[in-house]
Design a binder for this molecule. Structure first.
Ligand code: ADP
Length: 643
């Protein structure tokens, strides 16, 4: 804590008055003092650390005196004036230069001078060469003169603060102008206040169009600047409705340049906490987004390229294990199982990566139908039960019979449930319990997946849905995983109009809860398929199937599996051969994995015609896709159809 003397000195130095030239404003006061008191001498001095420095004087010959022997030093000790009617009778001044020197003063009155903050920094004195008994009236006059001097000090302080303020403002503006973000303050009355230069540059606006104008006056510009001007207005309005909230949204701009902009808005308050409006920061994220897009494309490309050889490895290993290429010994089977397990892990990773990149690129289309949730959950539970039994875990299902149907993509619901249930199984120790409960809400169904497993800390819970996050728990550190599952689950739940959250306690267990609306996702992203499109392919033994795949290994694999199932198989590796074969051999069904570019004409006369051949026929940038069912090793048909 600084002492009072330290604060007093700080106030004095803050005035920046020491060792400055004489000033008329103070000389006027000392001149008035000598006239008023009819005395020959007056001085106005400031007391710093070591001296009393004289700012103004009349009739004396001194610039400063050592602090310890000055009248001012005594005068600043209290708010009362120092009055000495006869200095010769006061031993304190026997050595004072004004007493013993040529000035030879005999009487004096000195009044302390205070800064606006009340610190006594100096004194105003009147002195006579004769002894003088100061009257009350005279002392009052001295106080009045002091007040005038103090007003001058206040004026100096104010000017200094103003300069400081102007300096700070200039610096703040320079800093704001140098930032890479465009900044706009919109007041509570929707009038635009502060903006920086970058804001003008970003949108090609002029300062006079902004300051003091209502936001609505920019309507024409907003229409010109943004791809979706109404979306921009809506986002600003929404943020306005929650004045305390920090909001963020991304919007595309096409004028004067094409950019992706991230808009961050935060409330601005004055020092007393009164709202001044919202500050909007516009950040150009075009490059970031481009990099993201490139990264996603890269991941997607690599994953696709990995998937084909993986499918081959997995498929042929399965054939070997099943004895299709002859008897395998116990040891060979053991080694093949290791290859199979590791390729399973790779397939999972690649599929997760592909899902993430599709979700992030907004390329997930939902096929929404009424879905019977208990049926879905039963299916997943049945497939996972053997795994759970291996760990002696019990699986309990509480699925009310009168649960309403939800509108969702069944395959995606299966994916969500598979992930949550397999996590519950993975992160629960031997002998634990996993329960699934479903209950109907007002316009949604709520599904809870609980376990008595290792649980997680609050910190881990917060990061759970981020990509690649895996909690560090010694009890489960050997369990393999990608850290992508829950990220995908969250996106899939939200895309279908639901929510997901988790409660958990370390070593007690976790409960993952998600909702699915009964009236389906509101977003347009959900593409509804017709009943015929959703129908599973119906084939009978003996059917002649033309397998078309430009990957000979994969085509061979499909051929083997189909032949094992009792079908007759023809194989083609390119569109031309496929068309020839289709014409010549008239297959009952085509299993197609290649694209036919602008060749729909050529199918004329083929049997079966393309419409009969395909379950899905999408016109996509001039390409015809003829797709029966995809093939991803041992993944389910549900997964395949997504390819
Ligand atoms: P993965 O299981 O492949 O690692 P997920 O995204 O499915 O990836 O899960 C991320 C992390 O969340 C897991 O690594 C695990 O640490 C934690 N986790 C998920 N489910 C549970 C659960 N039921 N109990 C405890 N921890 C869990």
């Amino acid at each position: 804590m600084p002492s009072i003397e330290a604060k007093r000195l700080e106030a004095l130095y803050g005035l920046e008055i020491l060792d400055t030239p004489r000033e008329e404003r103070f000389d006027r006061i000392t001149r008035t003092a000598v006239r008023l008191f009819r005395m020959p001498k007056s001085l106005l001095a400031f007391v710093d650390e070591n001296r009393a420095w004289v700012k103004s004087e009349v009739g004396t010959s001194i610039d400063w005196v050592p602090r310890e022997s000055s009248f001012s030093e005594l005068a600043i000790e209290s708010d009362e004036p120092l009055v000495v009617p006869d200095v010769r009778k006061d031993r304190r001044f026997s050595e004072h230069p004004l007493v013993v020197g040529p000035d030879r003063i005999r009487s004096l009155a000195a009044h302390p001078l205070r800064t606006p903050d009340g610190y006594r920094v100096g004194a105003l004195a009147v002195m006579d060469s004769e002894p003088h008994a100061f009257s009350e009236e005279e002392l009052q006059a001295l106080t009045d003169l002091c007040r005038l001097a103090e007003e001058e000090l206040a004026d100096i302080e104010l000017t200094r603060l103003l300069k400081l303020n102007i300096g700070i403002q200039a610096r703040v503006r320079a800093v704001m102008d140098a930032t890479s973000e465009g900044i706009l303050l919109i007041g509570r009355d929707r009038v635009m206040g502060y903006h920086n230069r970058r804001f003008l540059d970003l949108f090609g606006l002029k300062a006079e169009q902004i300051d003091g104008h209502p936001l609505a006056s920019l309507d024409g510009f907003i229409d010109r600047i943004f791809d979706e001007p109404d979306e921009f207005r809506r986002s600003i309005d929404e943020a306005d409705e929650r004045p305390e909230a920090h909001t963020r949204f991304v919007i595309k701009q096409h004028y004067p340049e094409v950019r992706d902009l991230e808009v961050y808005a935060a409330p601005v308050t004055d020092r007393k906490g009164r709202g001044l409006g919202r500050l909007h920061a516009f950040r150009d994220v075009t490059r970031e987004r481009e990099l993201d897009r490139m990264k996603d494309e890269f991941v997607s490309l690599v994953s696709h390229e990995l998937r084909t050889p993986l499918t081959s490895i997995k498929g042929y290993v399965d054939l070997l294990i099943d004895g299709d290429a002859g008897e395998v010994t116990e040891e060979q089977k053991e080694f093949l199982d290791i290859v199979k397990n590791n390729s399973d892990r790779l397939v999972l990773l690649v599929n997760d990566l592909l899902d993430v990149s599709r979700i992030e690129a907004g390329r997930i289309n939902l096929r929404v139908h009424p879905v019977d949730l208990p049926d879905c959950i039963d299916e997943v539970a049945t497939s996972l039960r053997p795994l759970m039994e291996q760990k002696r875990q019990s699986l309990k299902l509480e699925l009310p019979a009168d649960l309403p149907e939800v509108r969702a993509d069944r395959d995606r619901v299966v994916q969500i449930m598979t992930n949550l249930l397999s996590n519950a199984h993975k992160y629960t120790l031997e002998g634990g319990t996993v329960s699934v409960r479903a209950q109907a809400g007002e316009d949604e169904v709520r599904v809870e997946v609980s376990d008595t497993g290792v649980g997680m800390t609050a910190d881990e819970r917060d990061k759970l849905f981020t990509k690649f996050f895996r909690a560090q728990n010694p009890a489960t550190q050997n369990i393999s995983g990608t850290g992508l599952g829950l990220n995908i689950v969250k996106s899939l739940v939200e895309k279908q109009g639901g929510r997901i959250w988790v409660t958990s306690e370390p070593m007690k267990g976790s409960t993952f809860t998600f909702t699915i609306p009964t009236d389906g996702p509101t977003r347009a992203a959900a593409a509804t398929t017709s009943a015929s499109e959703a129908r599973a392919p119906v084939t009978k033994v003996g059917t002649r199937i033309l397998v078309v795949d430009d990957e000979p290994d994969i085509a061979g694999l499909i051929q083997r599996y189909l032949e094992r199932g009792g079908y007759q198989v023809l194989v083609a590796h390119d569109a031309h051969t496929a068309l020839e074969m289709a014409r010549r051999e008239r297959p009952d069904l085509t299993w197609n994995q290649i694209r036919y570019q602008r060749c729909s004409q050529r199918w004329r006369g083929c049997w079966p015609p393309p419409s009969r051949l395909t379950h899905r026929r999408d016109r996509l940038r001039g390409w015809w896709w003829c797709l029966c069912v995809g093939w991803y090793g041992s993944t389910s048909k549900a997964n395949c159809a997504r390819g």
